[in-house]
Design a protein around this ligand. Sequence first.
Ligand SMILES: O=C1O[C@H](COP(=O)(O)O)[C@@H](O)[C@H](O)[C@H]1O
Length: 223
Amino acid sequence: MEFVEYADSEMMMIDLADRLASELRAAIAADGRASLAVPGGTTPGPVFDTLSAISLDWDKVHVMLTDERWVPESSERSNTGLLKRRLFTGEAARAHYLPLYAEAECPEEKLDELQAQLAPHLPLSVVLLGMGADMHTASIFPGADRLDAALNGDETLVAMRAPGAPEPRITLSAKVLQDSMRRHIVIIGAEKRAALEKAQSLSPEEAPVAAVLKGATVHWAES
Ligand SMILES: O=C1O[C@H](COP(=O)(O)O)[C@@H](O)[C@H](O)[C@H]1O
């Protein structure tokens, strides 16, 4: 794991967006196409703002979330809603979106369909992950009902419920995240830095982010 510390989060987001864009360009140059997985939540909005304005062959990029909350796009908790507002504008509006949500009572009903859509785009070229202060990443939460499947199984997507999550979730599995060509984690604040440090001495069951640290670059700013 590489740890990069920035003077402030504004600088971090600009730098990170540039880095993601050059990795996407390199993947397109090598394979003619690229896939990018990005987190939801409160942290990545500013990186999406910068990335969305960067010029690259977005029509050759397939974008997906690392995880989704099982709520319709109109919900303020929808990660898809965030992407549509902050990433798929400007240049990045030409990218192809692979959703992790479809209208249904629960994620299990749509799992096979969503998984089939992702399959042609694996391994992922570039992954950006967030992390919660409870050391969850994507929607792989400590104490989740299908934690073992998400951490140790061969599935691409796992549907789960977790004590800290108010709605069912769907998440890329640790295997898909580990198999990605490039992996970044973006975190802000002293609490998350301390959580990341603690995670390094815990098992992935206790601290799911520990499962994706090997080979990852962690981007951190105090505020
Ligand atoms: O619920 C989620 O949480 C994590 C962390 O979110 P943040 O608000 O603390 O940045 C996020 O990475 C994940 O994609 C999201 O669904």
